[in-house]
Design a protein around this ligand. Structure first.
Ligand code: HEM
Ligand SMILES: *[C@@H]1O[C@H](CO)[C@@H](O)[C@H](O)[C@H]1NC(C)=O
Length: 324
């Protein structure tokens, strides 16, 4: 009896260890996380996102990108939302974000509405995940069940945001593949998530080199873009152009058709279709919008699973801009 109960305890301990080892933190996220504690969270987020996009279509793109830039720097933990403090600089002024990332006022608005229906319950990181999904759907893209239960970081890292984890638009195909792979995302995930560039805008400074210096670009497309993006660096740097020339406020698959036509705006867009290993995926998505929609939804769930804070890690911020 003694021997067998000892071995039972040992066995239980073994199983517990195995479970800990095999369950990444992401296993703790679930679609029903706020079912009891904040059943109105989805309606509340959606109504604010809806009115923000009503006012300005581009906001849907900006909110989708916020979730991406959050997840790629120390995981989906709301770190991108933290303002600089007197003692530490956050991610907002990092190279991939400065003069570029936007939507913080909308997030504040969502947060205050969510706080009024269930105070202290819903994290800012989860708000970003829901807002990214709602934005995609409102602009005509696919839907998915958002996994929830992320907690918010107490700190943000300027250095991490500047470390290249968010790849620059000058990236080679290999760099794009590696950066996504480092976070557990496949080449296919990278190609399908890049399809986000079917909506939104980019600044001249991010595509100047491409429209003046590259040869794998449609000539008349390059000339059109040159019209509002002067060659000389420093002039017109913030002038905007649509990432998808055909339908920049509609989440469709035309991004991939643009690549076939050598009309990708960013260098990092066109490298996906430039004689390399991802050409076949680009061709497939250009012909099959349904496959794009399905794979995009699956990849967004995977991206949302990157290193969340759960359990007693982090906190539920009261104000998305600062730690409690
Ligand atoms: C594959 C690597 C990627 C690179 C190199 C890249 C780069 C960029 C750049 C340079 C811009 C323009 C920013 C500006 O000029 O202010 C941009 C915009 C955007 N990106 Fe990406 N991106 C990548 C992947 C993604 C992913 C994975 C998503 C979402 C899941 C995404 C969503 C967006 C959206 C929606 C915009 C438009 C934002 C707006 O109009 O406010 N991007 N991206
Ligand atoms: C084009 O390439 C040349 C030579 O590498 C470089 O000096 C120039 O700055 C580039 N122009 C743009 C607009 O990027």
């Amino acid at each position: 009896m003694v021997a067998s109960s000892t071995s039972m305890v040992l066995l239980a301990a073994l199983f517990a260890t195995a479970a800990l080892l095999t369950s990444g933190a992401s296993a703790q996220l679930s679609t029903g996380y706020y079912k009891k504690t904040c059943p109105k969270v989805f309606d509340t987020v959606e109504s604010v996102v809806m009115s923000a996009i009503d006012k300005e279509k581009r906001m849907g793109a900006s909110l989708l990108r916020l979730h991406f830039h959050d997840c790629f720097v120390q995981g989906c933990d709301g770190s991108v939302l933290l303002d600089d403090t007197s003692s530490s600089r956050g991610e907002k002024t990092a190279n991939p974000n400065v003069n570029s990332i936007r939507g913080f006022n909308v997030v504040d608005d969502i947060k205050s509405k969510v706080e009024s229906v269930c105070p202290g319950v819903v994290s800012c990181a989860d708000i970003l995940a829901i807002a990214a999904r709602d934005s995609t759907v409102i602009l005509g893209g696919p839907t998915w069940d958002v996994k929830l239960g992320r907690r918010d970081s107490k700190t943000a890292s300027l250095a991490a945001a500047n470390s290249g984890v968010i790849p620059p638009p000058s990236s080679t195909l290999n760099n794009l593949i590696n950066r996504f792979q480092n976070l557990g995302l496949s080449t296919k995930d990278m190609v399908v998530l890049s399809g986000s560039h079917t909506i939104g805008q980019a600044r001249c400074t991010t595509f100047r080199g491409r429209i003046y210096n590259e040869s794998n670009i449609d000539g008349s497309f390059a000339r059109t873009r040159q019209g509002s993006c002067p060659r000389t660096s420093g002039s017109g740097d913030n002038n905007l152009a649509p990432l998808d020339l055909k339908s920049p406020t509609f989440f469709d698959g035309s991004y991939y058709k643009n690549l076939l036509d050598k009309k990708g705006l960013l260098h990092s867009d066109q490298v996906l279709y430039n004689g390399g290993s991802t050409d076949n995926l680009v061709e497939a998505y250009s012909k099959n919008p349904k496959a794009f929609a399905n794979d995009f939804a699956a990849a967004m769930i995977k991206m949302g699973d990157i290193s969340p804070l759960t359990g007693s890690s982090g906190e539920i911020r009261k104000n998305c801009r600062k730690a409690n």
